[in-house]
Design a protein around this ligand. Sequence first.
Ligand SMILES: Nc1ncnc2c1ncn2[C@@H]1O[C@H](COP(=O)(O)OP(=O)(O)OP(=O)(O)O)[C@@H](O)[C@H]1O
Ligand SMILES: [Mg+2]
Length: 269
Amino acid sequence: MRPSEGAPVQTVPLVPPDPFVQAQPGARGAVASSPPARRRAVQPARIAWERISAPLRERLGTRILFIGITGSGKTTGVKDYLAFLQARGLIEITIIHDVKKPTPQYPGRVLYDARGIFIDPPDKYPATCVLRKRNLDHMPSVDGAARVVMEMGYSDVTACLVIDEFQRALTDGGKFESAQTRKLFCEGLGLHASVIATKQMPQLMPTEATGQSAKVYFKATREGVNYLIDDRKISREHGDALLGLDVGEFTLVPEEGDFDGEIFRVPAP
Ligand SMILES: Nc1ncnc2c1ncn2[C@@H]1O[C@H](COP(=O)(O)OP(=O)(O)OP(=O)(O)O)[C@@H](O)[C@H]1O
Ligand SMILES: [Mg+2]
């Protein structure tokens, strides 16, 4: 990291050794014999955003999963990443499926159906549309939104679908319920159509999504970490890092690559 970037260097708070607990190497709060365990410097999120947005500079689509327990900072992270992309002209249209909270979590023009964008196109770009429920019985279609994003990509507009809670596109068993979202994950790269999905638990996700996506891991539970380790998705060292993250901190596993010990932090909202 360049000194001018000035990110604060965070170290592990040293705790007195507990003679009854065998510390895990690398675990936060672990006490090594000598020298004391130190957490690596936390890097600004934009370093990670540069990496995962690299395909967009070649006009390819990207697939990114933001995974972490509730309140770990996923939505705040996605917002920061979208602002990064838009400031650099890397994305022209973003459609966000955002029905979780009583008010929109993301800034943008509210739509109830993604096709509304064709009826009344944005007058300036980059543009963001937030898909919301019209009433108690209505749910905007993730499938329809994925289709619109691919149609835009096909007509040479760089577009991105954000699914704030991936479960909206999945069955309870963790398969794709939305065929168009599956297609977006499988074929979006060549259409410069991108997808970002957030998920609280790493379990029950389709392999078409996990196998082809960059993964941004926020804080996890012990159960989630054990699942990821048992399923050979992450190393023990990576699991220890996830358990020690604070809100807004994350690790990165690029589409083709592994965790290399780095921890990043999203700026506070
Ligand atoms: N980078 C950050 N720095 C400081 N505080 C943060 C950061 N990110 C999030 N927070 C705090 O944590 C709260 C929850 O964040 P956020 O909504 O992003 O979590 P989430 O992982 O999306 O949760 P959920 O799974 O429930 O949707 C925010 O309202 C904010 O107060
Ligand atoms: Mg959220």
